[in-house]
Design a protein around this ligand. Structure first.
Ligand code: ADE
Ligand code: ZN
Length: 343
């Protein structure tokens, strides 16, 4: 058995985690009080609040109610980010995130931020990313985990909204934003590779990195679109690539990492259990995999727990943990200098 303490001690990176999915119950209670907002329904636990949104989206049983639970879950993220109304709150959120990453022994993080969730923000998108960057800078000065941001589009946004955001990104070059991403529910949006192609091409031409959610709420066709139309350098989730053997060969040959989040997939009903989850098989077939938390607070996990879950489920040992750690750093968008210092 690999114990979580030994995992915590390994220098490593996390490359698939949403800032929106890192608010603990105490953070939410504090924000709700500051913003004078009532909690929705009973709030004995974070899961109660999350369940309220899953049920209001028509999925009784909460986030664990199946793949359709993703839409209720995204509404929960809208509600909690909607509580953030000031630069101090945004910076505090960023700082606390970096501190929690450090507590898991994470030395570098590519964090995903989707501004469409931040509906209570009174200012411009510039001021939101400014405040977050200040929180991350303060954390770094205090010796905490280094964080860079991937700005994420939502799958249901329009072509014009997507290109508008990227035009701003390329023009404003906000501090610490190094990548473009897209997330959200592809069951709601349908197939959208073509719709976002222009935005991702602009991002690539401007030197931004690209990571794309696909192969979770979409099948292999979503991953093909990410690779062929959106110039994805990494795929977030990507686990349903297993359904197309040609795709598995392609991502293995091209060295495209899949940023897998096992507990998230179980919670949101993509797979019923770890035995039927394709992570081990993908890795055995030569695909580069990273293991991540996705939305650790509402899912109730930490990075060391995710890696320990893999060790328990697949018989992975200490050497596999060292391999996961090295892979996480190599797959990240950290600078070559930082990578060299961590590897
Ligand atoms: N945003 C936050 N978590 C997500 C997930 N698991 N899938 C798609 N979009 C997300
Ligand atoms: Zn995700």
């Amino acid at each position: 058995r690999v114990d979580e303490n030994s995992i915590r001690l390994l220098p490593k990176a996390e490359v698939h985690v949403h800032l929106e999915g890192t608010f603990e119950l105490a953070d939410l209670l504090e924000l709700a009080k500051e913003s004078k907002v009532a909690l929705p329904g009973p709030a004995a636990t974070l899961f109660d609040i999350d369940t309220h949104f899953a049920e209001s989206a028509g999925h009784p049983g909460g986030a664990g109610a199946g793949a359709a639970g993703l839409s209720g879950f995204l509404r929960f993220l809208d509600w909690e980010c909607g509580l953030i109304r000031t630069a101090a709150q945004a910076a505090r959120t960023a700082y606390r995130f970096a501190a929690r990453q450090s507590a898991s022994g994470i030395r570098y993080t590519d964090v995903i931020i989707n501004p469409t969730h931040w509906s209570g923000w009174p200012g411009t998108i510039d001021s939101l990313f400014d405040a977050l960057a200040q929180g991350f800078a303060e954390a770094e000065q205090d010796g905490l985990c280094q964080v860079q941001m991937a700005l994420s589009l939502l799958r249901t946004q329009t072509r014009a909204e997507a290109t508008g955001v990227v035009e701003w990104l390329v023009e404003a070059r906000p501090a610490r934003v190094i990548a473009l991403s897209v997330d959200g529910n592809e069951r709601e949006s349908g197939r959208t590779g073509e719709k976002f192609a222009e935005a991702f091409t602009m991002a690539r031409d401007a030197g931004l990195r690209r990571t794309v959610h696909a192969g979770e709420s979409s099948g292999p066709e979503g991953v093909w679109d990410a690779l062929l139309l959106l110039h994805a350098e990494r795929i977030d989730h990507g686990v349903r690539s297993i359904e197309d053997p040609r795709l598995v060969d392609y991502i293995a040959e091209h060295g495209i990492p899949l940023d897998v989040c096992p507990r998230s997939n179980l919670t949101l009903g993509v797979y019923p259990d770890m035995e039927r989850h394709p992570l081990a098989e993908l890795r055995e077939r030569g695909v580069i995999v990273t293991v991540n938390t996705d939305d650790p607070a509402p899912i109730g996990t930490r990075l060391e727990s995710e890696w320990a879950l893999c060790a328990d489920s697949y018989g992975w040992d200490e050497n596999d943990m060292i391999d996961l750690a090295r892979t996480s750093i190599a797959a990240s968008f950290a600078t070559p200098e930082l990578k060299a210092s961590l590897l």
